[in-house]
Write a protein that binds this ligand. Structure first.
Ligand code: AMP
Length: 545
């Protein structure tokens, strides 16, 4: 008989205490910092952060937090938030990052549905929670962090710093399985109740390794990361975990950071890595245009996603500011990374025009994730750059179910894929191009119109700041596109001029019937165009002709 040959590698669990302990030993001198409004950066190092994290875990344990208990956070980005990011999962509890921008009704639903036992709240965010406090049935303790100078601890709440000062540090972590829940996050969905995605230790571990790959986000020890993507939105794209794994310098944006704060910190701290949604970069561009004294060329990578990044923006940040953008696509349900758009080495030889056309796509799938596109009839579509279908994914950091939400079972296929609800084509080189959310597609006279394509084209007009295209009902064509356009400040643009501009650039049926000028495109809690609000506003719109 031959000796057994399979399974001779240790079954070492992929859990977060590994990241924590490694970094505590190897990178204690590296810097963490948080922006304090009106003061500047409050600096500390990983050594002190690690000590504070073990104290926080000890304090939570003393409050009765145990295995599987939910520790909610309701906070801006800060080193304190990063303490909860590790204290909760390392002690076997679950970090639940709650989106501070949601409505009172959604917040009540989410916190009760998750069953948070403790809430750790920034003082500046407390006024949002206070009115619903009594309806939060499972919350036993509220702990408040002072995030602005002069902040007060509200009556009935515990003082975060006092708790840490009095705590007995937790020096050994309990044994954890890699399939244990480490974190959870509710999607800012536009229909029905928000749905919870629960991340295992394993998912976060593998995702962090993937984002450290040179060809993914390349997060490394030399990076100076500025966190602007909220830590309550898909774990700030999971970058804080990868930052700890690599001992990168991490700067947190603090309470309500504005585009000007971002520019200042990048300039002063020589930031190398800072992600945000396109709307933030559009605002930053306006500042850089007006005030050329700012230099952001220390940036090696701006991961940009959440919604499609306009090609002109990518090109301008490259050529004018020396700050390369990396278009990426993902979602809360994917921890969140799906694709990043890097050119292949042999594409260096392409023309400028061709290279930027590729870089405006969402890129190819990150190692670890499988992807396919499937049409309405359930047929897998070819990767020919023309056929479109819903993106379906599977992989070690993709959810296989929402938390306690049987109604959403139809988001998963019988053969084990997650239905993203995004519609895309994939070209023969593997580059994905998102054309829409399934619900944003416009069906006109039997032809599908991609609202994103039309928006991106309008946004190439020099006098346009932002554009959102929605479907409006039409008696003959069923639906027609209506373009809502925000002129660039200091310029004027006429609707007719935009239509003339688009005419040679779009298929005839995709040309919007009408362009209306608006002051600003409404945004969701995470900075995406909120088309729901626009649809409501224009629901009585009567088509011309
Ligand atoms: P969220 O879970 O809030 O991060 O939202 C995920 C959704 O944002 C995706 O399903 C897409 O519809 C959209 N999205 C994310 N990145 C991009 C991108 N680069 N281009 C277009 N849409 C995007």
């Amino acid at each position: 008989m031959t000796a057994p040959i399979d399974n001779l590698i240790m079954n070492y669990p992929l859990t977060l205490p590994h990241f924590f302990e490694r970094t505590r030993r190897i990178f204690p001198k590296k810097t963490l910092a948080t922006r304090v409004p009106g003061v500047g950066l409050e600096r500390m190092d990983y050594g002190r952060w690690a000590e504070r994290t073990t104290r926080l875990a000890g304090a939570l344990k003393a409050l009765g937090v145990g295995k599987g208990d939910r520790v909610g956070t309701f906070a801006w980005n800060s080193h304190r938030h990063l303490e909860v990011y590790f204290a909760a999962p390392c002690m076997g509890a679950v970090l639940h990052t709650v989106n501070i921008r949601l409505s009172a009704a959604d917040l009540t639903y989410i916190i009760n549905h998750a069953g948070d036992k403790v809430l750790i709240v920034d003082a500046s965010c407390w006024p949002t929670l206070e009115p619903i406090r009594k309806q939060l049935k499972t919350v036993e303790h509220v702990i408040v962090m002072k995030d602005t100078p002069g902040a007060q601890i509200p009556a009935g709440a515990l003082d975060y710093e006092a708790l840490l000062a009095d705590a007995r540090p937790m020096e050994t972590w309990p044994a954890l399985a890699e399939t244990d829940a480490a974190g959870m996050c509710y999607t800012s969905g536009t229909t029905g109740h928000p749905k919870g995605a629960v991340y295992t230790h394993r998912a976060i571990f593998l995702h962090s390794m993937a984002s450290s790959m040179t060809d993914v986000l390349g997060i490394n020890e030399r990076d100076v990361i500025l966190h602007i993507v909220p830590m309550f939105h898909a774990n700030a794209w999971c970058v804080p975990f990868a930052g700890v794994l690599n001992g990168a310098t991490q700067i947190f944006g603090g309470p309500n950071p504005q585009p000007r704060d971002i520019v200042e910190i990048v300039h002063n701290e020589r930031v190398t890595f800072v992600g945000a949604v396109p709307t933030v970069w559009i605002a930053i561009d306006a500042i850089l245009e007006a005030e050329p004294r700012w230099n952001i060329s220390s940036i090696r990578c701006i991961p940009i996603g959440g919604s499609a990044a306009p090609r002109a923006l990518i090109e301008k940040f490259d050529k004018k500011y020396g700050a390369p953008m990396l278009h990426a696509w993902g979602m809360t349900e994917m921890t969140p990374l799906g694709t990043v758009c890097r050119l292949k080495s042999y594409m260096d030889a392409l023309s400028d025009e061709e290279r930027y056309a590729i870089r405006a796509k969402q890129g190819f799938v990150a190692g670890g994730v499988d992807m396919r596109i499937v049409d309405d009839a359930g047929l897998e579509q070819p990767w020919d750059g023309k056929s479109v279908g819903e993106i379906q994914v599977r992989g070690p950091w993709v959810i296989r179910s929402y938390y306690d939400n049987p109604e959403s079972a139809d988001r998963f296929t019988a053969d084990g894929w997650f239905r993203t609800g995004d519609v895309a084509s994939i070209d023969p080189e593997g580059y994905v191009q998102i054309t829409d959310r399934t619900k944003d597609l416009i069906k006109s006279g039997g032809e599908w119109i991609s609202s994103i394509d039309v928006e991106m084209m309008i946004m190439t007009h020099p006098n346009v700041l932002e554009a959102a295209v929605i479907a409006v009902p039409h008696p003959k064509w069923v639906e027609r596109p209506l373009a809502c356009v925000v002129p660039r400040p200091g310029t004027t643009v006429e609707p007719a001029e935009i239509l003339e501009y688009l005419r040679p650039r779009l298929a005839k049926w995709a040309l919007p019937d009408e362009v209306v000028l608006i002051e600003a495109v409404p945004k969701t809690s995470v900075g995406k165009f909120d088309k729901k609000v626009l649809r409501e506003r224009f629901k009585g719109w009567t088509p011309k002709g």
